[in-house]
Design a protein around this ligand. Structure first.
Ligand SMILES: NC(=O)c1ccc[n+]([C@@H]2O[C@H](COP(=O)([O-])OP(=O)(O)OC[C@H]3O[C@@H](n4cnc5c(N)ncnc54)[C@H](O)[C@@H]3O)[C@@H](O)[C@H]2O)c1
Length: 364
């Protein structure tokens, strides 16, 4: 049994990581640490975990082999540095770090410690995401030309009511907007999927922001990416999608469009289908994330001391860098609007990068 510890016992640890680790034979969730000890203690009792420690020293010295970092993004750097000091493998929640400099250092320090650092891109392990990966390789829709990846979310609403019955801004939403907004917080998953599905790096990108609320980062934004293989990805992310509605509704979908058809996945409608010149195939639908699938792969990586199919630190750095750059591009464009409309800029840039123009249906 490989002993695992979790640092940061908040909502994603409770609903995602802890139940998933406990489902994987071969892994033992052995130790917990949270800066708020009552939280670690509560999780220990709820899930019958052997140890919850009040100090990081006790946690890291408990005999665990790997650490799962589930703290807020600004703490990831410190947690990974500490884990390297104690020579533990790390699976770190996304976004890997707050900026490129700290992420590169995290990767380097872990490498020097002879330990693996993984990024928690659990979307890759959904059976539907794996099916899309396979269908693309089987050329089920011919050559892939366009990915439309959309997650428009209300983030549980703009307001909450406090104990005095007053309406206040939701702390959850404010925190995530301050940490970088929807592209950095959630869009990194979609960016990672696009790179993984296409097995092709991003050679050009443009972020376009829309502000429904007045945070520094846009609360609704678009990211356009041109891949080395000639395909184009459009990611649309929102934390402001009907946030004030009495009844919230989310829009989460993938469309992968090729020269012979389309793969369509819709989370809310539980639909997943392949349409091509042979006909239509309705595929079994699965949720967009799989923590269990990720931990099955982590077990193999720890047993073999090799990353295998786990998303690496590099995957985390690239996705976070793209998301942050896109967000910064959008903010710059708001502060200093250019006279050229973004779609015109796209055409000019793509013309420079490719001999033949990449087909993109939003270019005039
Ligand atoms: N992969 C996904 O699908 C997914 C979904 C949601 C959140 N996340 C990511 O998971 C991470 C945590 O998110 P969350 O929603 O669980 O947050 P949360 O606020 O619910 O939990 C964070 C926990 O970390 C603890 N903590 C804070 N500072 C600490 C420190 N210095 N040392 C130890 N513990 C500390 C807090 O006390 C809290 O219990 C974030 O990076 C977030 O982006 C990932």
């Amino acid at each position: 049994m490989i002993k695992i510890g979790i640092i940061g016992c908040g909502s994603i640890a409770e609903f995602g990581h802890i139940p998933a680790i406990q489902k994987v034979a071969g892994l033992q969730l052995y130790a917990l640490y949270d800066r708020d000890f009552s939280r670690a203690y509560q999780m220990q009792r709820q899930f019958q975990i052997p140890h919850a420690y009040p100090t990081e020293e006790e946690f890291f010295s408990s005999g665990i082999e790997a650490v799962i970092v589930c703290t807020p993004a600004p703490i990831h750097y410190k947690n990974v540095m500490d884990a390297a000091k104690y020579r533990k493998h790390v699976l770190c929640e996304k976004p890997l770090g707050m900026n490129e400099e700290e992420m590169v250092e995290m990767e380097k320090v872990m490498k020097n410690a002879g330990r693996m650092l993984f990024t928690g891109f659990n979307y890759r392990f959904s059976q539907s995401a794996k099916d899309i990966h396979r269908l693309i390789r089987e050329k089920a829709i011919g050559e892939v030309r366009l990915l439309r990846l959309i997650y428009n979310w209300h983030l549980h609403g703009k307001w909450h009511w406090n104990e005095n019955g007053e309406r206040v801004d939701s702390e959850l939403r404010v925190g995530r907007m301050i940490e970088g907004g929807p592209m950095v917080d959630c869009g990194v998953h979609q960016i990672d999927l696009a790179r993984w599905w296409l097995d092709s790096e991003v050679v050009w990108q443009q972020g376009i922001g829309v502000w429904l609320d007045d945070y520094e980062a846009p609360d609704h934004m678009y990211l356009h990416m041109a891949h080395n293989c000639g395909a184009h990805t459009m990611v649309e992310m929102s934390f402001s999608y009907n946030t004030t509605s009495k009844e919230h509704r989310t829009n989460f979908q993938y469309e992968i469009i090729g020269t012979d058809g389309v793969i369509r996945y819709n989370r809310e409608e539980h639909s997943f289908e392949l349409r091509n010149s042979h006909g239509t195939q309705y595929l079994p639908w699965h949720p967009e994330k799989s923590f269990t699938g990720m931990y099955e792969e982590l077990l193999k990586a720890l047993q073999n001391e090799t990353p295998g199919d786990m998303p690496t630190a590099d995957d985390g750095i690239i996705a976070t860098k793209i998301a942050k750059t896109a967000t910064d591009q959008a903010i710059r464009e708001r502060d200093n609007p250019s006279t050229v409309c973004p779609s015109t800029k796209v055409k000019a840039e793509v013309g420079r990068l490719y001999d033949k123009e990449v087909p993109m249906d939003f270019v005039d």
